[in-house]
Write a protein that binds this ligand. Structure first.
Ligand code: AFP
Length: 322
């Protein structure tokens, strides 16, 4: 099986970007080890702090964030990072070529139940005319990403990544400490009979989403004429991995549960990287208003509606909004 660096060179990825990706993966191998230790090193549970989103930070959120931040900034290729766990961007080197946005541990509430979690990352080129501590550098559409990926800490540690030349899967061979290519050009089936949504929010959704999900639930007795199955891991990284593997539709719709927070998922380090991976695998990644990767961000912690996955099913869902 091919190792990561030769596989990336085959796709003509620039050498400095390969080095940056390797720095991110060095941190992810360490995170993989730490999350695997679980109870053994008193790493489970919460800290006393909240992040800028008002969410309680898990101990592993903080540890993972610190490891990624340190290794990425030390690489010398990065002008700044932004993270779910940092209020503002953190400056690297002024002449750094890249910006990295990441969610160090997506689905971290799953750490306490030994369930799926992962690191999500997105890389843009850094503008030359803004200072390294300027959040505005990150206000670039998802379409400008040069790389996106996630590392899933499951029974095996897997990397899904794209540099704009297809989405590829790698598995961490823990005996060698190397990510090995296991599937090139992953393809998401256009049709599906599987959906993924937090059903407990149903009464807060907008009418088109209520109607769409009701029709899925009606199964072969309803207008869709077939039965659908539901899966919900409560970690976007796990739910999107399943969609990349066998298709499906994943949505976190706009809701009215908390008027100050109509959308849950973050654009820069959740929606955009997953959108890039899915589109490179033949899927679609939308809000009810348009394509996710066309959104011009207005802040680094912006939240968006997400409707993504198998092409025909996402289009079907969007037809309810017309
Ligand atoms: P955490 O990383 O804070 O656990 O949040 C995970 C997440 O943002 C996303 O990965 C899930 O799809 C979503 O939250 C689940 O949230 P709810 O349980 O509130 O629906």
């Amino acid at each position: 099986m091919q190792r990561l660096a030769p596989a990336l060179r085959q796709d003509n990825v620039p050498l400095d970007l390969i080095s940056l990706i390797q720095a991110i993966l060095t941190a992810s191998k360490d995170i993989s080890f730490r999350v695997g230790q679980g109870h053994l090193n008193d790493l489970l549970g919460s800290t006393e702090d909240e992040n800028v989103q008002g969410e309680v930070q898990k101990k592993l959120d903080v540890i993972s964030n610190d490891m990624l931040k340190e290794i990425i900034l030390e690489s010398g290729f990065v002008k700044a990072i932004s993270s779910e766990e940092e209020d503002h961007c953190v400056a690297g080197v002024e002449d750094g070529k890249y910006l990295v946005s990441f969610d160090p541990l997506d689905g971290s509430s799953n750490t306490d139940i030994n369930s799926l979690i992962g690191t999500i990352f997105s890389i843009h080129e850094a503008p030359k005319d803004l200072a390294a501590n300027d959040n505005d550098m990150f206000k670039q559409a998802g379409d400008k990403q040069v790389c996106a990926g996630y590392v899933l800490y499951g029974p095996s540690t897997m990397l899904a990544m794209t540099t704009g030349n297809g989405t590829h899967f790698y598995v961490l061979d823990k005996t060698q400490g190397e990510f090995l290519l296991v599937e090139r050009n992953v393809q998401v089936p256009a049709d599906t009979a599987e959906f993924s949504v937090n059903m407990s929010n149903q009464r807060f959704w907008q009418t088109p989403m209520q109607n769409y999900i009701n029709d899925l639930l009606a199964g072969n007795t309803g207008p869709r004429g077939k039965n659908f199955n539901m899966r919900w891991i409560a970690a976007m990284v796990g739910d999107i991995h399943r969609v990349l593997c066998r298709g499906g539709i994943f949505t976190y719709p706009t809701d009215s549960k908390d008027a100050s927070k109509p959308n849950k998922l973050r654009l820069m380090y959740e929606a955009n990287p997953m959108a890039f991976l899915l589109e490179q695998a033949g899927g679609l990644a939308m809000t009810s208003q348009g394509r996710i990767m066309d959104i011009q961000p207005d802040s680094i912690h912006q939240r968006v509606e997400v409707i993504m996955g198998s092409k025909n099913e996402v289009e079907k869902c969007l037809s309810y909004y017309k």
